[in-house]
Design a protein around this ligand. Structure first.
Ligand code: ADE
Length: 399
């Protein structure tokens, strides 16, 4: 059992302090949930002046509880910093960060480390989003379909997020390479994605940038959702509320929803476009708000893309893509299987209050025979195969 009690140091200067000084990561390399996480005390205003001091003060500090043979629990303090990892190949690059494969020198366990450039983040006023990503990942540290955050630390130049490595990369690469995925593969990957989205939503997180590039695959070819830099954190439901929510879902599955059930916070209306053009929901474009159903719109786009090989709304530029989205202007390629077609139609609904909800998606014919929950993560991944549109068309015509 291990818990991280804080990331030392601090970008004590100005707003950056908020992003880094309290960066704590209450998850463990063994997968166990930690007891708690408390920021390590740092004198306010103090900025380390040498690399050695950064190594000392910028490290993550974890408390490991080890059970001895006599049954007594011993406490071990573990510090993790840049020097504790061997950095390898670059896995991905974003505007503010680079993700690099890395090995813990002591345990030889492999991770993906997201390295964020502090100066660039401060200059571009993205401190808030770095905090959101860290807080979101800390909240979601207990689901097999979501990348786990183990440690955060920093040095003079960078912040480091130590994450689960997903060695098989993006689902998107496989869809691109094969041209499409058959129904069995689409059902498998989309069921895992939906299970992860349900976990996020019940834990008060809206991803807001779901797309095939953010759906990674682990060593067993199982889904790991990543990149919570655009996420929205809703107030965390209590254990009682979570239980009541589950009960309520059973009770009112078929009742129409009111707009206020979308949990929209008026102060949170997005002033600028967030997300990726092809997967952005119509409500974000027209009313400038994203809610839980906005993630399900993106889910519908991903499901469509797995089978069709391209997203439903795609045009020469962003503006034309947005026009197609708000006009619900998309078509199914001939042979697109009937159950998947029906589910996509229920997901790609302009009014978010009329969009199909997670419980009904799970019960939909497309997911017939799928057991959601822990069993889903024990299933062996199917062999990757493209959708056979020729066979689909023949079958379709004969019907
Ligand atoms: N690219 C971005 N994040 C990654 C991760 N956690 N594992 C593998 N590749 C990645």
């Amino acid at each position: 059992m291990e818990r991280t009690v804080g990331t030392g140091g601090g970008l004590a200067a100005a707003a950056a302090a908020a992003a880094t000084a309290t960066a704590t990561t209450p998850t463990t390399p063994t997968g166990a949930r930690p007891n708690s996480a408390t920021p390590r005390s740092v004198e306010p205003g103090h900025i380390p002046s040498s690399s050695a001091e950064w190594q000392e003060r910028g490290a993550a500090v974890a408390v490991r509880e080890v059970s001895g043979e006599d049954g007594n629990v011993q406490i071990r303090i573990i510090r993790k910093g840049v020097k504790d990892f061997t950095f390898g190949r670059v896995l991905g690059e974003g505007s503010y960060s680079t993700v690099v494969a890395a090995t813990d020198r002591q345990t030889l366990r492999e991770y993906a480390i997201k390295v964020l450039d502090k100066r660039h983040i401060i200059k571009e006023k993205k401190v808030k989003y770095v905090n959101i990503e860290k807080n979101t990942l800390n909240r979601l540290g207990d689901h097999p379909g979501i990348v786990r955050l183990y440690y955060t630390f920093q040095d003079e130049r960078s912040l480091y997020f130590v994450l689960d490595l997903a060695p098989n990369g993006e689902l998107f690469s496989f869809v691109k390479k094969l041209g499409s995925l058959n129904e069995e593969c689409t059902q498998y990957y989309c069921a895992q994605l939906l299970d992860a989205v349900e976990y996020m939503h019940t834990h008060g997180v809206i991803h807001r940038d779901l797309k095939p590039e953010n759906v990674l695959l682990d060593s067993n070819m199982r889904v790991k959702v990543t990149d919570f830099g655009s996420a929205k954190l809703l107030p965390m439901p209590s254990a009682d509320e979570l239980a009541a929510l589950a009960q309520k879902r059973d009770d009112d599955d078929h009742r129409p929803r009111r707009a206020d059930a979308l949990e929209i916070d008026e102060s949170e209306r997005a002033n600028s476009f967030v997300g990726t053009a092809e997967y952005v929901s119509p409500e974000l474009l027209t009313d400038k708000f994203a809610s839980k159903p906005s993630d399900l719109w993106a889910f519908g786009c991903i499901l469509y893309q797995c089978i069709a090989g391209r997203p439903p709304f795609k045009a020469a530029n962003e503006f034309q893509t947005f026009q197609k989205i708000t006009a619900l202007n998309y078509v199914f390629p001939p042979g697109f299987p009937a159950a998947a077609r029906d589910l996509v139609k229920r997901l790609l609904v302009l009014d978010p209050t009329k969009r199909i909800q997670i419980d009904d998606i799970k019960r939909h014919d497309f997911f017939k025979g799928i057991e959601f929950g822990p069993a889903l993560w024990k299933r062996k991944a199917p062999r990757l195969q493209p959708f056979n549109f020729r066979q689909g068309v023949g079958h379709y015509v004969l019907k």
